[in-house]
Each structure stands twice: as structure tokens, then as C-alpha cells.
Design a protein around this ligand. Structure first.
Ligand SMILES: [Fe+2]
Ligand SMILES: [Fe+2]
Length: 329
């Protein structure tokens, strides 16, 4: 691990402190996307210099901390509802734990899906820096999935496995031709997790193992987001009007499928609430819209700038997600 660190944040059970600054946040602009090979060379250099491995960079033997949470309260799905008022402080922490485990379980599926796409990029056989970076990123996603699995184990829970029908749709996505829609779906997964993690990783009320996981993930995902953002824009620029419309609609439809997969309704059983009642209450709440808009905002603004939200059907589908900020309707 190179020593070039812009800021060191004190953390809990870490073996090497991790630099996480907002300067690491990807700031790719749709109008100023760089040359593909130049970006890839830069990302390859960064991958070699700034990386972590949760096997050694998180002290898994350290105990969990009593009373610390797993999600900031205001991001827990039932926050602010009448059901929330019935929960004890311990039950609120327990629900947050199950929700983060649900999100990380989905994260493992999602990273496998993204890695399969990246393998297709490498499989084109050009051996350019762009294709080499694709497998460098697979290496990182593999470490992330192991890290997510270890965190779930540390939380003392089983992963939330996707129901067969949901898994079918995820698998079907791997047959889509690589293009703006697939890179858009990549961003949908990576940016939503990134936004939530940036908020929680510096919260001293969160479990230290989780904070360390989030710092590692945020730092490395920044490169992935740059790669996918630029590739999505290049793909849109390189194709015709009909294809652009098609990719926009596919991405918007995928958004409607992806967001609901994050929280498995079975999480509510952990606090004695029937799954259907829990999810119905959560989806109808103001917290739902607030959370959707919060986790999606940087990505949605980028999509807007890149023209990915244009078109009547596309915009209608995006409105259904309730993730659009007030000034983009
Ligand atoms: Fe990842
Ligand atoms: Fe990633």
C-alpha cells in the first residue's frame, strides 16, 4: 500500500488507517469526458497505489461495540412512521443491522453482475489499458464481495438471498449488449451505495467494522464510478438517436427493478413486523422518498447532464422511482 494519503481518518478496528476525503469523489462531467486510454492508464496507476484488502485491513477479531448502530437512524426504512414509534432503541438497531445486511447481500449479487460485464470488456482481447483496467476492477470487486460476506458473518446473520424471480432478472441483465444502459446500471449500483456509505462511514455511532468497510469501498469505488461514467457518455455519443432512446428506457426500467431489491421485506421479521406490513409502510413513508433522493442525487444529476433522463417514457419511469430531486421532474 503506497503512503500517498491526503488525509487520515481515525477509525476503529483497522490495521491500516484509510484516507477518505471528499476529494476522492468522482467528479466526471458529461461534457468533458477524457480519452479512454488516458483515463484507463490513470485508473490502473491508482489501482496499484491505493488499495486495501479487508482480510488484513479490518481487525475482524475485535469485538462489536455495544450500543453502536449499523445504519444512521434516519436512513432506516421505517424511520418516522407509526411502526417506528413502536420500536425500542434495541429493535431500531436490530432493524438497521438487518437492512445493512440485506443491502450488502444484494451488493454481492450486484458486484458479481458487474464483474461479469467487465470480463466481457476484457474478453474482447484488445489488451489495451481500458481492457486491462476491466480485470483490475474485477479484482477489487472480488475483494469487496469477500469483505461484505465477512461483515455479514460478523453481524451474526445469514445473507438475504434473492428470490428466484429477482435472480432471474439479474441474470438476464448479463445478456444485454454492453453499452450505455449497462454502464448506467453499473452506476445505479455503485453510486447509490457510494452515497449512502459516504454519509455513514464518518458517523461515530456506527459499528467500527462497518465504517472501515465503507471507507475501503468508497475509496476503491471512486475509480469504478469514473470508469463507468465516462464509458456511458462515450457510448451515448457514439450511437444514433434511436439507440440512445432505447438505452435511456432500459436504464430507467432497470432503476425500477433495482431499487426495490435493496431492502428484503423479510428484514422486518427481526423486529416482529410482518414483511408485507413493513415494506408497505416503508414505501408509503416520506422517509422512502427522502432516502431515494439522497442516495441517488449525484448520479441522477449526472444522468441528467448526460441526457440519460430525456424522453417522455424515460422520465415517467424515473418519476416512478421517486428518486428525482425536486428540480428534475
Ligand atoms: Fe465494490
Ligand atoms: Fe465497483
Amino acid at each position: 500500500m503506497a503512503e500517498s494519503r491526503s488525509a487520515v481518518v481515525a477509525v476503529g478496528p483497522d490495521r491500516r488507517p484509510i484516507a477518505t476525503t471528499t476529494a476522492d469523489a468522482p467528479n466526471v462531467k458529461a461534457r468533458s469526458v477524457g480519452a479512454r486510454e488516458k483515463t484507463a492508464a490513470r485508473l490502473l496507476g491508482s489501482t496499484a497505489n491505493k488499495f486495501y484488502d479487508a482480510e488484513v485491513d479490518i481487525d475482524w477479531d475485535a469485538p462489536l461495540q455495544e450500543g453502536k448502530g449499523w445504519m444512521p437512524e434516519h436512513r432506516i426504512s421505517l424511520y418516522g412512521t407509526e411502526l417506528w414509534d413502536t420500536l425500542t432503541p434495541e429493535q431500531r438497531i436490530e432493524l438497521g443491522k438487518h437492512e445493512i445486511v440485506s443491502i450488502l447481500s444484494f451488493g454481492i449479487y450486484a458486484e458479481t453482475f458487474l464483474s461479469a460485464n467487465l470480463l466481457r470488456v476484457f474478453g474482447r482481447g484488445t489488451l489495451s489499458d481500458h481492457s486491462l483496467y476491466a480485470i483490475a476492477e474485477i479484482g477489487e470487486e472480488s475483494r469487496h464481495s469477500i469483505m461484505f460476506g465477512k461483515l455479514i458473518e460478523k453481524a451474526g446473520l445469514r445473507p438475504y438471498l434473492l428470490p428466484r424471480t429477482s435472480l432471474f432478472w439479474v441474470k438476464l441483465g448479463q445478456f444485454l449488449p454492453l453499452g450505455p444502459a449497462t454502464y448506467g446500471v453499473t452506476l445505479l449500483i455503485e453510486e447509490v451505495l457510494d452515497r449512502g456509505q459516504r454519509e455513514a462511514m464518518n458517523d461515530p455511532n456506527m459499528q467500527p467494522h462497518l465504517r472501515q468497510l465503507m471507507k475501503i469501498h468508497v475509496l476503491e469505488e471512486s475509480r469504478h464510478i469514473t470508469y463507468a461514467r465516462e464509458e456511458m457518455v462515450r457510448g451515448m455519443q457514439a450511437t444514433n438517436r434511436v439507440n440512445r432512446a432505447l438505452h435511456r428506457v432500459i436504464l430507467a426500467a432497470a432503476a425500477n427493478v433495482t431499487y426495490p431489491l435493496l431492502i428484503d421485506p423479510r428484514v422486518y421479521r427481526s423486529v416482529g413486523i410482518r414483511p408485507w406490513r413493513g415494506i408497505r409502510t416503508a414505501v408509503r413513508s416520506e422517509t422512502y422518498s427522502a432516502n431515494m433522493q439522497f442516495v441517488s442525487e449525484p448520479m441522477v444529476r449526472f444522468f441528467h447532464e448526460a441526457g440519460m433522463l430525456d424522453g417522455v417514457v424515460t422520465r415517467w419511469l424515473w418519476r416512478m422511482t421517486r428518486a428525482l430531486p425536486a428540480d428534475i421532474t
